[in-house]
Write a protein that binds this ligand. Structure first.
Ligand SMILES: NC(=O)c1ccc[n+]([C@@H]2O[C@H](COP(=O)([O-])OP(=O)(O)OC[C@H]3O[C@@H](n4cnc5c(N)ncnc54)[C@H](O)[C@@H]3O)[C@@H](O)[C@H]2O)c1
Length: 296
């Protein structure tokens, strides 16, 4: 049993996965969610994932044992005493800063405060606190229980001790660490990945190739397990859009400008698997049934 208390703020796709990995590694976890329904869905998803991993022999504990280490929490004020606090709420600077301010007040004075932001410089989030030396980025990829790597990002204020503690924590989750030494928007993963996603959407906009063919190109031509549109449907088109919007606002670089088609799809509620329609269409059981029509 790992003795540190892990606080995960945000019970969406990433919060579920991070809480699950921490619980699987033997940590006690407090998982904060915005609503009872969100927390219920999160615990259901964690149970389903842990059951599969246990059946395949990839984790020793049963899903009941994993769930027993996770306490769902609706009131952030109940998240006191955290040693390792990981914020993974919506990609919005103001919202993240608000969470960090609260965590600074509630966590142990020695705690590290981490953000799972995809794109926002850590220094900007940490500026809302009076302890930027303990703030850093801990950027996981989806699906968190299956992906074997995470970025750890330091700002100019992050101490070596905090950085090394975060690196050690991620390793206890069984993941490799990418050390990110400069606090650039988008860090490493998204600096490289997002321009490719933008280009894929622009190719669809220009009717150069279809969504399934572009996915096939990246799977078969480049050995990726999933194409960019399949991945986007899992990640959530709104999450992808917010990441691009934040990165474009930060850098002003054209390669990160959210394509108009993506903007229209998000406005039309085509958010990916979670809404039953994104780049593809899904049935109630989550199986893919076709390719989505693009909104006007
Ligand atoms: N989806 C991915 O593949 C992925 C990968 C790496 C990092 N991220 C980052 O992780 C973070 C969460 O992404 P996600 O995919 O879990 O998103 P999600 O939409 O599944 O979950 C977002 C969470 O934020 C909460 N939230 C929304 N508005 C809020 C508000 N005003 N105040 C407080 N909480 C609020 C929601 O209740 C939910 O718990 C984002 O910063 C995202 O950029 C996402």
């Amino acid at each position: 049993m790992n003795s540190d208390l892990v606080v995960v703020v945000g019970a969406g796709l990433m919060g579920q996965g991070i809480a699950q990995c921490a619980a699987q590694a033997g940590y006690r976890v407090l998982l904060w969610g915005l609503s009872a329904q969100e927390l219920e869905r999160a615990l259901d998803n964690i149970a389903g994932s842990a059951t599969k991993l246990h059946a395949k022999g990839r984790i020793p504990d049963t899903s009941a044992a994993v769930l027993a280490r996770i306490t769902p929490v609706l009131d952030l004020e109940q998240c006191a005493g955290g040693d390792i606090c990981i914020e993974t709420v919506v990609e919005d600077l103001g919202v993240k800063q608000g969470v960090f301010r609260t965590l600074e007040r509630l966590a142990l004075p020695s705690a590290i405060l981490a953000s799972n932001t995809s794109t926002i410089p850590i220094g900007k989030i940490a500026a809302a606190t009076s302890c930027p030396q303990r703030c850093l980025g801990m950027h996981f990829t989806s699906p968190v229980p299956l992906m074997p790597v995470a970025e750890v990002i330091r700002s100019t204020a992050t101490t070596d001790a905090a950085f090394e503690r975060a690196v050690a924590f991620v390793r206890t989750l069984g993941k490799e660490v990418i050390h990110v030494h400069k606090d650039v928007a988008g860090f490493v993963f998204n600096r490289i990945n997002l321009p490719g996603n933008v280009e894929a959407i622009r190719l669809v906009e220009a009717k150069v190739a279809s969504v399934p063919d572009i996915d096939k190109a990246m799977r078969l031509g480049f050995g990726r397990p999933m194409g960019p549109f399949e991945t986007a449907d899992m990640v959530g088109l709104d999450t992808g859009f917010n990441a691009l919007a934040a990165l474009y606002a930060e850098t002003g670089e054209e390669k990160f400008r959210p394509p108009e088609l993506l903007r229209r799809k998000v406005a039309a509620g085509q958010l990916g698997r979670k809404s039953g329609c994104g780049w593809y269409v899904y049935d109630a059981a989550g199986s893919r049934t076709g390719v989505a029509e693009q909104p006007d």
